[in-house]
Design a protein around this ligand. Structure first.
Ligand SMILES: Nc1nc2[nH]cnc2c(=O)[nH]1
Ligand SMILES: [Zn+2]
Length: 446
């Protein structure tokens, strides 16, 4: 990635962010109309009203973004790098979808030329959707993971990613051994963990495809290297859960297959968790791990409703993920809206989500899940300037709402309800403009 400019810039724009959680703090949403954000060397130095910041910093160049709405860069906590080209495999439950749709494509990433093209599409898709940090489910091939990290670093995406490891029940070309999984992961960790914006996540695909030996190899890596993250899948689909039960007769439940190997910690993010037991929720809360909620995928694969209320009551942290390609695309706006819909559809059992909840789930909740909230996830001074500008073009549905809005809260609600990638015109990662689209629709970066 190119160096950030050391020259300070004062951005003039209405901005919103959630430095706290609306699930616990009713005043979590901060709205600054006609705001100012002073950014230098990629870091936010000061924030407030534009007029106050202008008075305090009269000589600084101003970038005028009035008419738009600035939000923190989105944080997608569950998205599969090798599945961008198989979005849209509708009409199948999880295990059939994996066999027929996802795994044949994942096998193609053995070819570095193919994986480079996919990595470029993937990083571009995330950035142009305003996602500046992602917990990425990598590839089964070390060469493809290396290519992903180099593309992420080149484009400015903060990827928390790793080699996906499995040793049974997928396809032979996707299987490895505990020894090879350990050795290949270690080499990637030594090259990429903490390099630039990149971090490493130890990633067994799911217990269904992982022997105890390979889970132990994952645990050895977590013990050996500081600050690694861990991610996998859990409790997504009835047939999957039943198979895991049969494969691990000694485990108390699905979580226990990871827990007894020492894989469930503050740095663990488990995707889905649609069908948890009370014990699993209690243990997840105790270990301070996160459930990544992926509502578009849950709907597309017919996996079920996410029991958000039970997670919150148990004290389990929840973040949001697109789960491309089980999910339907890279938009965290669409994902937030689908989360809202699915809670609405649960009636009394659902949690009524406000636009502040959706913004929190799409930004700060992900930063907390990844233990990166000291760096990103909101726009308070001291944070890196990871941000996205919503600035709908004239004569579009969202522009009509923006122009008519009587208060800024309406802008946020409408952005989630009807905003698309086409309404996002600029994205910054670490203060650098990594995506920019002019009014004609031409992409100027990435
Ligand atoms: N949704 C989803 N669930 C999984 N469980 C194991 N692999 C996958 C995957 O690729 N997508
Ligand atoms: Zn997934």
């Amino acid at each position: 990635m190119t160096q950030t400019s050391p020259t300070p810039v004062l951005y003039r724009v209405t901005f919103m962010h959630t430095p706290a959680s609306p699930f616990t703090d009713p005043d979590a949403l901060h709205v600054q109309e006609d705001g100012g954000l002073l950014v230098e060397n990629g870091v936010i130095l000061a924030s407030g009203t534009f007029s106050a910041l202008r008075a305090a910093h009269p000589g600084v160049d101003v970038t005028d973004l009035r008419g738009g709405l600035l939000l923190p860069g989105f944080i997608d906590t569950h998205v599969h790098y090798p599945q961008g080209r198989v979005i849209g495999g509708l009409g199948m439950p999880l295990l059939e979808w994996l066999d027929r749709n996802a795994l044949p494509e994942e096998a193609r990433l053995a070819d570095p030329a193919y994986s480079r093209a996919v990595a470029q599409e993937f990083t571009r898709s995330l950035l142009q959707n305003g996602t500046t940090t992602a917990l990425v489910f990598g590839s089964h091939f070390a060469s493809a993971v290396d290519i992903l990290f180099s593309e992420a670093e080149r484009t400015g995406l903060r990827a928390v990613a790793g080699l996906v490891v499995s040793d049974r029940l997928l396809r032979p070309e996707l299987h490895t051994t505990p020894e090879r999984a350990y050795a290949e992961s270690k080499a990637l960790i030594e090259k990429w963990h903490g390099t630039g914006r990149q971090l490493y996540a130890v990633t067994p695909r799911f217990s269904l495809s992982a022997s105890e030996g390979i889970l132990d190899a994952c645990a050895a890596l977590l013990r050996e290297f500081e600050g690694l993250r861990f991610t996998s899948h859990i409790n997504e689909n009835g047939a999957e859960i039943q198979t895991v039960r049969e494969l691990f007769p000694g485990a108390r439940d699905y979580l226990d297959t990871y827990e007894r190997a020492g894989l469930v910690t503050r740095h663990s993010v488990l995707a889905h968790n649609l069908h948890p037991t009370g014990r699993e929720l209690g243990a997840m809360a105790e270990h301070c791990c996160t459930a990544a909620h992926c509502p578009c995928s849950n709907s597309a694969l017919g996996s079920g409703f996410f029991p958000l209320k039970r997670h919150l009551q148990a004290g389990v942290h929840v973040s949001l993920g697109t789960d491309v390609g089980g999910g339907t695309g890279f938009s965290m706006l669409k994902e937030g809206l689908q989360a809202y819909f699915m809670q609405q559809l649960q009636g009394e059992g659902g949690v009524p989500l406000t636009p502040a909840h959706l913004l929190y789930l799409a930004t700060r909740a992900g930063a907390e899940a990844l233990d990166l909230h000291h760096l990103t996830g909101d726009l308070t001074p001291g944070k890196v300037f990871d941000a996205v500008l919503v600035d709908p073009a004239p004569q579009t549905p969202l522009r009509a709402v923006f122009d008519a809005a009587e208060n800024p809260a309406r802008l946020l609600a409408a952005t989630f309800a009807t905003g698309t990638q086409g309404d996002l015109t600029r994205v910054w990662a670490g203060g650098e403009a990594v995506y920019c689209r002019d009014r004609s629709g031409a992409a100027l970066h990435t």
